[in-house]
Design a protein. Structure first.
Length: 75
């Protein structure tokens, strides 16, 4: 049975498309829609794990990522 692991996917609009990023591994992709950007990130992560040496995975892995919002005075 294939092992899986859950990672964070951050997707944001950029110009006429969307950029997707996995902060734990610093891997990014893009797409014309949110769904395409997410699918392309999944493909990039899958290819990374299929081809990367375990030492490369360990070097790039940032561990636990916390996503939150902060409020900053701007004016």
């Amino acid at each position: 049975m294939e092992r899986t692991q859950r990672f964070t996917a951050i997707i944001e609009r950029e110009d006429n498309g969307f950029v997707s990023m996995c902060p734990e591994l610093d891997i990014a992709s893009q797409g014309a829609s949110i769904e395409e950007a997410k699918a392309n990130l999944l493909e990039a992560l899958t290819l990374f794990f299929e081809t990367a040496d375990p030492s490369e995975v360990q070097r790039r892995y940032h561990g636990e990522v916390m996503v939150t919002q902060v409020e900053v005075p701007i004016g």
